[in-house]
Design a protein around this ligand. Structure first.
Ligand SMILES: [Zn+2]
Length: 396
């Protein structure tokens, strides 16, 4: 690990004179970006396939990207991070500029802390860690199962164990909550992340979230969310920023959560598309619809579970299915990480496996509680990850 870090340091020094870091401005689009830098739009956009073109729409204001220039100030490489896992790599090969999505390299650490409630869990976690994300994942997952307003007492215990991604010493991406415990009226309440990526309480009952797990009842998942996936035929990195539910044409689609419809019309490769805005900056998208339900239009408020449209295969689609996306403040996130329903109750083998996992988690929670584990202190490193990738991913 130390050696790796050392190599990266050297690499950074070598390249630091030519690599420059910029911030993606508000309102900038990928095409404007190419135009500003005098880069060829044909090879870097118009000749790309639809999936790669759609990736270029994922750039967000505030994201830091890097440009590498040679001694003549000619651009030789650009790295545009799209999400926690994938980045666009633009590079010069001879006289030609090429486009490729490549993975971002990161490490994952399991971390934990124990603290005493000062007021709301949200405030307590913010005070202890300074991390809005940790506060968010805690409250989002306990939200519908506990009443924080009436049952919180000052001095009660709170423990969180979670996974955090790092890129050269710097935190990035949403942490993944593994287990959380909150004491309320002398009773400890737990949620556990099971091997099936859903959260359960002590009894193996699934915890209810604010969104439904499946916007199409009884549908089978035919394609999972992935921010990077190596395509075996195309031999390149692709992303699938939603979940596909295979279902028969005409099957009703329900709103995954209550909210306001912000879009209900055709949109390019999405086909017939509905977008719903929910609380806390969440948005869900439903694509390839055969048709909209009568009365479903922009501006209308819909309730969780209400039918909004019907499964179809409009837009860029190979067969009837619902392409479902969940976005948080514009960024695509994995719905299965956020969405839970009450219905599932673990039984038999699954329950036995859960109890085993629970036992391990309970032991760690008890240990952190006993030691009053502090939230880990973090060093401030420069953001060198992309630069590192730049120096080692030049061969395409
Ligand atoms: Zn899809």
């Amino acid at each position: 690990m130390i050696r790796l870090f050392f190599i990266l340091l050297i690499t950074t020094t070598l390249f630091s004179s030519q690599v420059q870091r910029y911030r993606w401005a508000n309102g900038d689009t990928y095409l404007v970006f190419l135009e500003k830098l005098n880069l060829p739009m044909r090879s870097l956009y118009y000749n790309l396939d639809k999936d790669d073109q759609r990736l270029t729409e994922e750039m967000r204001a505030g994201i830091h990207y890097q440009i590498l220039r040679d001694d003549n100030k000619t651009i030789t490489q650009i790295l545009l991070p799209l999400n926690d896992e994938l980045q666009i790599h633009i590079y010069k090969k001879g006289d030609i500029y090429k486009f490729e999505p490549i993975p971002i390299i990161s490490t994952t650490k399991t971390e934990a802390f124990a603290t005493k409630i000062v007021s709301s869990p949200n405030y307590t976690i913010m005070k202890e860690t300074g991390s809005r994300k940790l506060a968010q994942i805690f409250t989002a997952n306990f939200r519908n199962s506990l009443n924080f307003k009436n049952d919180i007492r000052k001095g009660d215990d709170l423990v969180m164990i979670y996974e955090q991604k790092y890129r050269l010493g710097q935190i990035f991406s949403m942490p993944i909550l593994k287990v959380a415990m909150i004491e309320m009226r002398h009773k400890q309440h737990y949620i556990y992340l099971n091997d099936d990526s859903r959260y359960y309480d002590e009894k193996g009952h699934e915890v209810e979230g604010f969104l439904l797990a499946r916007p199409v009842r009884g549908a089978r998942i035919s394609s999972y969310f992935t921010k990077r996936r190596y395509h075996p035929v195309l031999h390149k990195w692709k992303a699938h920023l939603g979940i596909d539910y295979a279902a028969r044409r005409g099957t009703p689609i329900v709103a995954a959560g209550s909210g306001r419809i912000t879009y209900a019309a055709r949109m390019g490769s999405y086909g017939n598309l509905i977008k719903i805005r929910h609380a806390d900056g969440y948005e869900t998208r439903y694509a390839h619809l055969k048709s909209f339900r009568r009365g479903i239009r922009k501006g209308k408020y819909v309730k969780k579970g209400q039918t909004i449209g019907y499964v179809g295969t409009t837009g860029r689609s190979t067969g009837p299915h619902l392409h479902f996306e969940l976005r948080k403040r514009g960024r695509a996130i994995n719905p299965l990480r956020v969405v839970q329903v009450t219905t599932k109750k673990l039984k038999g083998k699954e329950y036995k496996a859960f109890i085993k996992l629970k036992k391990n988690y309970d032991e760690s929670v008890a240990l952190h509680l006993k030691n009053q584990t502090k939230y880990p202190k973090r060093a401030k490193f420069a953001d060198m990850c992309y630069i590192h990738s730049m120096s080692c991913d030049t061969d395409g």
